[in-house]
Design a binder for this molecule. Structure first.
Ligand code: NAP
Length: 289
């Protein structure tokens, strides 16, 4: 690829729309066949405006797709980890709820890991439990963390061959970087993880056939470090609609690249909705789709 060539942007908005339409059609079929609509329970501890907006967006998208939602808002200061665990355990045992989403991050006094583990694996449509992570790592049935799941669907939609390719994942968080690497490994990529203690990030990125940026640092990955013809997935989202990759310079070297916004972002909610519908189908005894 020449220095003047421009990468093809990967259109997450259109792909997410198709996934949501499929989820909506399956939700309608579930309602018709069982008399029950899929239902997602959302749990939010505290009043953080960004988290409240995310939950509102997710519920609005559910409503548009024919998925019911039930919201439980808990006060920040008075909610204990034990109370949050009780709430999640109740939802796990409630036959009218098929998926559960605990909005991350919880306030600092909450033991978030303990709370996540109170979500029944069959309702863990956000893919946050240790069970889900292990199932994903062993390639067993289960729900994946939504953003990494969305990244894999994007790679598949653009026919990106992963077997034998070197995938470099920058970031190792439990919800994003780490599961993204495990999913790439399951597709036979050779995976390198980078993080804040990595020395010479540029040198490692330069070797990558596929780069997944999942850091939260504006334009950390520079275009000059992108191997010509590489596939660049930018999961980062920073103030001002800026990703973790310097898009304009990466565009001249990559073969495929996700824009910010409109790349990975829309895929997360789409996967959440698809997994909620799948959870409902499983719990209501319908055939796995
Ligand atoms: P996080 O929990 O803060 O993790 C950031 C990761 O980046 C950590 O593993 C950290 O390393 C690593 N890191 C920090 N500075 C680095 C550096 N200079 N070089 C290399 N690695 C570095 O963040 P997150 O929740 O994974 O989110 C990452 C980004 O993705 C954010 O911009 C977030 O907004 C975005 N995001 C988008 C979606 C979506 O739907 N599109 C969903 C989730 C997150 P250590 O482990 O060593 O600290």
């Amino acid at each position: 690829m020449s220095a003047t060539q421009t990468a093809q942007p990967m259109d997450g908005t259109s792909l997410a729309k198709r996934i949501v339409e499929e989820a909506a059609a399956k939700a309608a079929e579930i309602s018709r066949r069982t008399g029950t609509s899929p239902c997602l329970a959302t749990v939010l501890v505290g009043e953080d405006p960004a988290s409240a907006t995310y939950v509102r967006m997710k519920r609005a998208r559910c409503a548009k797709a024919g998925i019911q939602s039930r919201h439980i808002g808990l006060p920040t200061t008075t909610t204990t980890t034990a109370e949050l665990i009780d709430t999640l355990a109740d939802l796990s045992g409630d036959p009218e709820v098929h998926g559960i989403l605990l909005q991350h991050p919880c306030s600092p006094h909450i033991d978030e890991r303990a709370a996540f583990e109170a979500i029944a694996p069959e309702k863990d449509v956000d893919g946050v439990t240790m069970h889900s992570f292990a199932a994903m790592s062993f390639a067993l049935p289960g729900f994946v963390s939504c953003t990494p799941g969305g990244i894999m669907r994007l790679l598949e939609a653009y026919d990106v061959e992963l077997a034998g390719k070197h995938a470099v994942v920058v970031g190792r968080s439990a919800i994003l970087g780490k599961p993204a690497g495990m999913l790439l490994l399951a597709k036979d990529a050779t995976v390198t993880y980078c993080h804040s203690r990595t020395t010479d990030l540029s040198a490692i990125v330069r070797e990558a056939d596929v780069v997944v940026a999942a850091v939260g640092r504006p334009r950390l990955i520079r275009g000059k470090d992108i191997k010509p013809g590489a596939v660049v997935i930018d999961a980062g989202y920073n103030p001002g609609n800026v990703g973790d990759v310097d898009y304009d310079t990466a565009l001249t070297r990559a073969r495929l690249i996700t824009p910010v916004p409109g790349g990975v972002g829309p895929m997360t909610i789409a996967v959440l909705l698809a997994q909620t519908v799948e959870a409902a189908a499983n719990q209501l005894g319908m055939q796995r789709h």
